[in-house]
Design a protein around this ligand. Structure first.
Ligand code: GLC
Length: 421
């Protein structure tokens, strides 16, 4: 459902306010997406109702058997924390229309049916307990509500459906204390933000939650872009967050081990978003009972080992590594102010070389302990010596050097051989 978003023209106060609201988020870099709903019981993707054209009355029966194990949001939050994630976004209502909270607008919800529990409240409590910022995903599209489809062609239905949407969003924004992110999705079937009345609704959201951060999927750009299943940096100055599945589906789907992203790939995604000053929202699709698939648990534990040692490179205010080459043989760069981080993907042994450096190097340190390493620079080539023979990182085999330059770093690696001589 990705919608292209153009940067808004905003007043300087609006820009300053946005920077203030976004500070924790741009520092956080890494969050957990949780897709959990009735569809989780079928294990055939969260769009199963639509893809298999399951009639509403038949699909609704899934509400009776929906029975998450007590405390499952705590399990998600504990795992997120362990992996080094700083926030967690739950699907409060996906396109299927089932609300995970006690809505006064519909009894198609987890308190009136199924588990008779407010899963949204449990999610909020779990976030607070584990020190995570708390986000609500909300699908504007609704396959269950009678007006969810006909609103596109019937003005009275559109009126009712917009009011329904506003009422649900108002509940989410007022029942649970401070909420940090509103992650809208799927602005369908209405074709414009005007017909959705998004600007007005989002103004209400901001009145209720002055610090909230809003995604770009209500048809207006709001605070951040949401590239989906690819990591593509937005123009400098625009915040963005890549959302990625773990195994090709957002909702739970049992898949062969080969479909699951290896921990090393997740860390590489962290490098990619960091190099573009973006965030990574990595999804887990809990199983029918709300527990996390063991494949995700295992991989996130390894990611957590890595982030706990090398997190300095990713968290906080980062810069784009302008002036440095994207690929230098055994590794690649990210940057944070004067500190340049060289992520070593193929550990070369005791000596490491980086070519094409036109600027003078001040110091080279081995992460994570920061031990100073000997180096020399000759013919634009940096040679670092005295490295351990094997990569110091055992979790995902991605090691790191922290390199400081005298002045602005410049690296040029042409295809030719002229600058070798
Ligand atoms: C896509 C999927 C939707 C999912 C979303 C997350 O739009 O269709 O089901 O929730 O991505 O970004």
């Amino acid at each position: 459902m990705a919608r292209r978003s153009k940067p808004e023209k905003a007043s300087s106060e609006a820009v300053a306010d946005r920077l203030r609201r976004m500070k924790w988020w741009t520092d956080a870099r890494f969050g957990m997406f949780v897709h959990y709903g009735l569809y989780s019981q079928l294990g055939r993707h969260e769009w199963v109702m639509n893809r298999e054209r399951i009639p509403v009355r038949e699909y609704e029966k899934l509400a009776r058997t929906f029975n998450p194990v007590p405390g499952c949001p705590r399990e998600w939050a504990r795992l997120a924390r362990k992996a080094g994630m700083k926030y967690m976004v739950l699907t409060t209502k996906h396109c299927e229309g089932f609300c995970l909270w006690d809505s006064s607008q519909t009894d198609y919800n987890a308190v009136k049916r199924g588990p008779h529990r407010d899963i949204v409240a449990e999610h909020v409590a779990a976030c607070r307990e584990f020190g995570l910022k708390c986000g609500f995903y909300y699908s504007m599209m609704d396959w269950h509500h009678p007006d969810g489809h006909r609103c596109a062609t019937d003005e009275k239905a559109r009126r009712r459906f917009c009011d329904y949407t506003t009422a649900l969003v108002r509940e989410l924004m007022s029942k649970y204390g401070k909420i940090d992110i509103l992650w809208y999705d799927a602005p369908l079937p209405l074709d414009t933000p005007e017909r959705w009345e998004s600007v007005k609704r989002n103004a209400m959201v901001r009145r209720l939650q002055p610090d909230i951060i809003i995604s770009d999927r209500s048809g207006v750009p709001e605070d951040f872009g949401t590239p989906e299943e690819h990591i593509t940096a937005a123009a400098a100055g625009r915040s963005w967050e890549a959302c990625m599945t773990f195994n090709g589906s957002w909702g739970w789907r049992p898949t062969p081990a080969a479909d699951w992203l290896p921990a090393r790939k997740v860390v590489t995604m962290l490098k990619d978003v960091t190099a573009g000053q973006g965030n990574l929202l990595l999804n887990i699709g809990p199983r029918p009972d709300g527990s996390v698939p063991p494949e995700a648990v295992e991989r996130l534990a390894a990611v957590g080992k890595w982030t706990s040692r090398y997190g300095e490179a990713i968290y906080g205010q980062v810069d784009r590594p302008a002036g440095l080459e994207a690929w230098s043989g055994c590794g690649t760069w990210t940057r944070k102010g004067k500190d340049c981080y060289f992520w070593v993907y193929n550990w070369p042994g005791e000596t490491l070389a980086i070519g094409g450096l036109h600027s003078k190097v001040k110091s080279v340190r081995l992460m994570p302990d920061g031990r100073t390493l000997r180096f020399k620079q000759e013919r634009r080539r940096l040679l670092v010596r005295g490295l351990p023979r094997r990569c110091p990182d055992k979790a995902v085999e991605i090691g790191m050097l922290k390199i400081n330059f005298v002045g602005r770093p410049v690296q040029v690696l042409s295809w030719g051989i002229v600058d070798w001589c």
